[in-house]
Each structure stands twice: as C-alpha cells, then as structure tokens.
Ligand binder design. Sequence first.
Ligand code: ADP
Ligand code: MG
Length: 697
Amino acid sequence: MEEYKVKGLTCANCTRELQEEINRLPSGETATLNYNSGKLRIANTVDMEKVTKILSSDGAYIETDQFEQDHQHEHTHHHSKVNWLTILSISTIFYFAAFFAENWLNEYVAIALFLAATVLSGYQTFIKGLKNLVKLKFNIETLMTIALIGALSIGEWKEGALVAILFGLNEYLEGLGMEKARRSVESLLKVAPKEATILENGEEHLVPIKSLKVNQIVLVRAGEKVPSDGVIIEGNSSVNESAITGESLPIEKSVNEPVFGGSINNEGLLKVKLTKAYNDSSLAKILHLVEEAQETKTPTELFINKFAKYYTPLIMVISAMVMIIPPLLFNGSWGDWFYQGLAVLIVGCPCALVLSSPIAIVSGITKNARNGILIKGGVFLEQLGKITTIAFDKTGTLTKGEPHVEELIAYDPAFLQIAASIEKSSSHPIAKAIINEARNIPLIELDEITAYSGTGIVAKGNGTTYYLGNEKQIQHLALPDNVQIDLQRLKDAGMTVVLLANESTVLGMMGIADKIREESAAIIKKLHGLGISKTVMLTGDHEKTAEKVAKKIGLSTYFAGLLPEEKVKKISELSQKGKVAMIGDGINDAPALATADLGIAMGKGTDSAIETSDIVLMQDHLGRLPSAIKTAKKVNSIIKINITLALGLKLIALLLTIPGLLTLWIAILSDMGATILVTLISLTVLYEKKTNDKLQA
Ligand code: ADP
Ligand code: MG
C-alpha cells in the first residue's frame, strides 16, 4: 500500500465517487480516498497515471511529498483556485453583459452571452453529468445536467446561466471550507522537524529526520527543534514543549532529563542522546494519531452518508411527480410544472448535508490537539460532548502523583531497608516515595516478587515471606493494639498507609502523603458547570484519605478500597445511569479505562497511556479538560444546527413548489446558502480558540 496526499477535493460526495472510479481500475479494489484527511491509500501495482487522470477530472491532484513543502505545489494549488475564480468571474461578466444586450442590442446576442456563461461555468459539470447519464448513475452532476438541459430547452437562458454560475461557486466554496480545516491539521504536522545534526566521531552531519537511530547523539542549537525523544547528556536550556503538550511556558531542562522530539530549544546548546527513532517518538505518534483520527467516521456521519445515498434518487422521484401530477390531475399547465420539476431536481444536492459534520469534527480534533489533548477519532469527540459522569482515579490524577513518606513507624530496625528493596521492582508512585526515603540505605536482594494490583506486593527473601501494602495485604495477621492505634492515627490524618509484615509480625508502617493538585477543585467546579452531573473518585486507597480528598476537591461521590476489578465493576454500574468517562494514568487502571464509554489517560504521552485510552491528555494535569469538553459540546451542537439548516432550507425550497414559487435560482441558492452557513459555522470551532488563549494568558 502506498499513501498519497490528495489536494483539491471539492466535496465529500465527489470524493466517494472518485474512490469508486479508482476502485474499478485493475488492482485498485482496495484503494481508499478519504475526504476528511485528503489521503489516498492504494496498492502500488495500480497505474498512477490513470489515478491522476481520474482525480484531475474533479480538479484534484496528488501532492508528491508532504515533507517537501516546495513552493511549486503551493503554486499549482493556487493556480487551480485562480482558474476557478477566473472562470466564474468571466461567466459573471458574460451574464451581466447579456442583460445589457437584452435591452440595448438584440435578443440573440443576449442568448449567446447567457449560453456562453452557462457553458463556461458549467462544462465540467456537464461532462461529468453526461458521462453519468450514459451509465445511468444519478448524482448531483447528473441532476444539474438534466436541469440545465431542461431549462435551456424551454428557453430559460437567463436562469440556466445563473444556476450554472451559482453551482460552480457553490462547489468552489465547499472545497475551500474543508481545505481550510485540513490545512489547520497540516499546520500541526509542520511542527515536525525535518533534519537533525548528529555528532559522530566528533564530526557534525546533517541528516534527514527519518534516518535517526536510537543511541545516536544529536546537537540541538538554540532555536532548533529536538529531532526525536531522548535524554540530555550535555548542556541545559529552557525548552518549549508546546508541540507535544500544548503548554507554551518554557520548561528548564538539564543533564539526564528527558526531552521530546518536536520541542524547541530556546537558548542553550544541547547534546541529546536519542532514546527513540523518529517514527517511535511521541511526536510522530501524536501526528499519526491526529491524522488517523480525522478518518474515522462518527455514527452521525455514517448515517448522513447513507441518507445522502437515498436522498438524491428520492428527489428525482419527487421531481417527476411535480412535473406530472399537477397537470394530469389538477389541470395545471405542463410548461409551468415542468419548470417546477426542474427546480426540484436542483434541490437534489445533498452537499450541505454531507458537509455538516466533517468540517466541524476535523476542526474540533485539531483545536484540541493544539491544546495538548489527543482525541483518537471523531466518535470520541462526539462521546466527550455527551459525557454526564466522570470517574477519576485518585493517585496521579486528582493528586500530584508525587507522594512522599510523611511518617515512618519502625517496629523492626530493618523495616525501611526491606520495604525499599521490595519496592525497587514496582513502578507505583508509592514505590518511588519509599525508595526515595531509603536512598542512603543499601538495598538487599530478594528471590521472588509478586505484585498484587491495588493492594501491594508479596516478596520472598532470606527464607522469609514479606507482605507489603495496605491492610488487605496483611489479612493473615491479627494486629496488636499498638499497631492498630498507629494505623488509625495515620489514616485519620488522611495519609495512605503502607504496612510491611512477615508471616507472623508487622515490621513497620509508613504514612504517605500526596499533595492534592491545586487546580483540582476549580476544575471539578467547572466540570459541574458544564453539565457533568456526577464526578466520582475511584481509589484503592482507604476510606479516610478518599473522603478527605473528595471533600477538599468537591467531588460528588467517592468509592474507596477498590481493587482494580472492582473499579471496573463500578464503572459498569455507573454507565447504566449515564455516559461515563474514566480518567486515569493508564498504568494501573487500563481495565477501567477500557470499560468506560470513554477512556481518558493522563501522562505526557507514555506509550501505555496512548495505547489504552480514547483520549490522551498530554499535559499531566486536568487543566484543559473543561475546555476540551466545551469544544466537544460545541461541535455536537454545531452538527445538529448544520443538519437542521441543510435539511430545513431544502424543505423550504421543496414546499415553495406547492404554490408554484420555486425558481431554479432559489433552488440553487438554498443549497449554496446552506453550504456557506454550514462551512462558516463549522469553522468557528477553530477560531474560538484564539479568544480562549487570550483569556488564559
Ligand atoms: P489508586 O486507586 O489511588 O490509584 P492503586 O489502586 O494503585 O491506587 O493502589 C491501591 C492501594 O494499594 C494503595 O493505596 C496502596 O495502599 C496499595 N498499593 C498498591 N501498590 C502498592 C505498592 N507498590 N506499594 C505499596 N502499596 C501499594
Ligand atoms: Mg492509580
């Protein structure tokens, strides 16, 4: 399979038809052409010359290399646009000249000019329409061609010309809107660096980004982009990670700290050892995801496309009825109703309807991507706008996820050493706190380590079995009074308690505290304001801490002491009452994320976060979540408005036939009006962003 970028696709319907034509080429059956992203995927055995020809029949063309943004393409692209505009302007001039001719010259000159305007702006449609007519394929071009021939046959020169011009203009505008949305995605893609300076045997080489390998050392000068994910081995600087996280505040980085590909080095000279080849870097993954996201179709979109398929033939039937029934049954004039029937044919364009959702969705996905929120498909954007319940994991989501040991109670001198030795194997945030607490103590080797998700760890060493974790992990013991008292005290203080025991006694316990994220309370309040009626915390931690956190943040409910499988069960219960999103770090709550209607992962683009969720928050806080939901809601309501508008204007046009008031130009104008409105309304999703940013700044 090869992948090409196709430019100049005018409308969703025509794109589907182009694909069908390509599918009929030898070995072209599997080719797909996607309107939203403008991507053509095709077997490499297909004759590309033929494909180019098919595409060009609709004014589309293949862009050779998306990474080479040479001017030539900008140019050809511009060129084809100018052409259309020129054609339409000349047609318009002819059209007005014809009016003059009608009044001051003679009628035949006028007719000739009207005809010229019709042919000039309509010939592309005619050619396609006639071809389709021969094949008995009825799409909008066919309908337009029939309508125009019909109009000319009854001497409606003026209207014929006007309809042809407006139809041309309509197609042109339709293409512009989607092009705009697509280009905003491309502007995202442009953040990808193209070349990198590698250091080899003390020499600098400029190499293309795709050739980078793991462990190569790259040099990143001030103002340059880090080519791929890596670790700083020399130098320090402030870097701008906005391409990845949407956060434009610079972050100070120095030796041994990780940097993302695509982030900009603001000042110092950095030597970076690559940990990932470009294609595996977070940035490449993000870009790939955003591109793929555009291509998935939402249920609404699929429904509209299906509807559009039946809509055009339906309109043809209505048109025939309008032509025949009134004269036959109600004594109407054949001529008048023939004209009305032609006008109805023009109403047969489902263009505005088909356009009602893709521009809004692509814009919504792009806008969120710019904010560091990756939405893996239009479906998830639609879902996000319908969420009524959000379930949060506690550690790392509502709290900072950087816990520290606040209090240490040792009943055995080896307590901390053993605890830290066991935690060495764990990636849990608690483990980090404990290892950090024991950083000056030499650790011991253990033979066998088993982690129990949601409760703790069991390990064997020195012939003893150790139990580390919360109370559930030491259920085999009856706790003596002094241990119980200590335990209760730590819990009352709202700390997470980690106990260590062997088969017979408790060796010690630690009270671990994790700061609540300052912004959590404000965000929860905003979420409630956005119609998220239920905010729930699910945690494996004990009741007391859970209660303290929930109260402080203002959550509607919390459930404590949950094992991972119990979290999953809670999510299923909650989803019976509404649409549920689950937010977690994607590390130990993958099952819950997968069960929820919408899984949202936090965590700076770690692989597991990206893989297990439907939406990824690239920043490791929830700050942008409310605005993402707002955008999603806006997109959903815009799609509803668009559908209503597109269908409403058609319906009005159709109803006008009853008093016999529908004219050809009203018919085409109703479609054009709808297309323009739908496009403009959809693009507001993108534009609102700027005002938002100002508010945030
Ligand atoms: P949360 O729901 O807050 O994300 P988890 O489900 O990951 O928490 O863990 C629940 C509880 O299990 C923790 O509060 C802790 O008491 C215990 N626990 C889990 N893993 C560990 C570990 N590696 N070390 C110590 N305690 C652990
Ligand atoms: Mg967790």
